[in-house]
Design a protein around this ligand. Sequence first.
Ligand code: GLN
Length: 247
Amino acid sequence: MAERTLRVCALYPDLMNIYADRGNMLMLERRCAWRGLGFELTAAGLGEPVDPDAHDLFYLGGGQDRDQRLVAEDLVATKRDALHAAAARGALVLGICGGIQLLGHHYELGAERVPGIGLVDLHTVRAPDGSRLIGNVAIEVDLPGLDGPRVLAGFENHGGRTHLGPAAAPLGRVLRGHGNDGRSGQEGVRHGSIIGTYLHGPLLPKNAWFADWLLGTALELGAGTLAPLDDALEDAAHAAARRAAGV
Ligand code: GLN
């Protein structure tokens, strides 16, 4: 029996999984296994309730607008209150791309307004001309428990422009790429234990340090207590993602 187990709830893994966002779960699973930590993955699909106390990390990947509409209605109807309760007790919530959009107040597509669960103070508007923000991206982030700023590198492709409200702070500062809206220099959102970002690729295999930060934070392990791993391949993936972004 593993001493500690990371318990992850993947929300709509079938519908919200573009750009191989599922790879984020695989990354966490492997890094737990290599360290003798347990990993428990629960999927919550359409109509399925979630237990706010049964998971350390709630994960919502990216999706096409069409799938996002379906998910939005269901998220509000069957999971919103549980996710608010989970975040209130400090559980991690990670939303990628379509995921960050759904964590906010709403996503506007012309006259249509797709509801979000209002976990963070942001809203998203699709560009009226349909133009998309696409490309390699690198951001600088400063997270609690780390000795200084770090770089996250990945890929973005979104039609939505996300605008943070006064109660929200960005996850990071854009070094290269578009970020939330192509203008503000802000990327993603972080509010307590809630994190959202547009970075795909998937995100975690290109940024092993961030996978470990999530793991350590979710299990409430102090900085430096996770056993080091041989990250030669992961470091090469990170370096390649940074090079692609030009950082
Ligand atoms: N449908 C959203 C948009 O285009 C999110 C897309 C995504 O997850 N890549 O803005």
